[in-house]
Design a protein. Structure first.
Length: 186
């Protein structure tokens, strides 16, 4: 495994309709992340998590270890089949704080669990990107999550709004190094 690959978490609805716009967005996003040399981190279950992992696995650049699932339970019984590395935590929704420690987090829709992951990522000073689609990602895209100034070096800090997976990749390219430098993670 390449130790230099940045880890991007994809979070969102745990249940989605097959063939829905969110499923298609998450699947394309997962594939594009691996295509562009990132590792994928999810909560390891269904919905957006499974779609992103399935897309990541379909990338011609996928290698074993590229797709990580941080599971809420003590075992791997419910892990989706596209996860390379499953990490059972027994933490329930507390595992969202671990997911939020990725280098960047991308939200696709989502309910309260997704909102908690975005908030934890914000509190941990991570790059947060939200796809403009129904759910919490669409509600907070393009605005800060609170009024504090997280970084002097990033005066335009916000939950970055993306309209599609291609724009997510552009935002990662444009901003990830700034956030990593501000945290001294580069």
């Amino acid at each position: 495994m390449d130790k230099e690959k940045a880890i991007v978490a994809v979070v969102g609805d745990g249940i989605i309709e097959p063939g829905s716009p969110k499923e298609l967005l998450a699947e394309e996003l997962g594939r594009r992340l691996i295509d562009h040399g990132y590792r994928l981190l999810t909560g390891g279950l269904g919905g957006v998590m499974a779609a992103a992992a399935r897309g990541a696995r379909s990338s011609s650049r996928h290698t074993s270890g590229d797709i990580i699932g941080i599971l809420p339970d003590d075992d791997v019984v419910e892990v989706n089949p596209w996860i390379d590395i499953a990490v059972p935590t027994g933490l329930g929704h507390g595992r969202n704080a671990i997911v939020a420690h990725a280098d960047a987090i991308v939200a696709v829709g989502g309910g309260a669990g997704t909102l908690s992951e975005m908030c934890f990522a914000w509190l941990h000073d991570r790059l947060v990107i939200a796809l403009a689609c129904p759910g919490w990602s669409g509600r907070v895209a393009g605005a800060p999550l609170d009024e504090r100034k997280r970084f002097e070096s990033i005066p335009d800090d916000q939950v970055w709004r993306a309209s599609d997976p291609a724009q997510v990749l552009i935002l990662l390219e444009d901003h990830l190094s700034r956030y990593r430098a501000a945290l001294d993670l580069s």
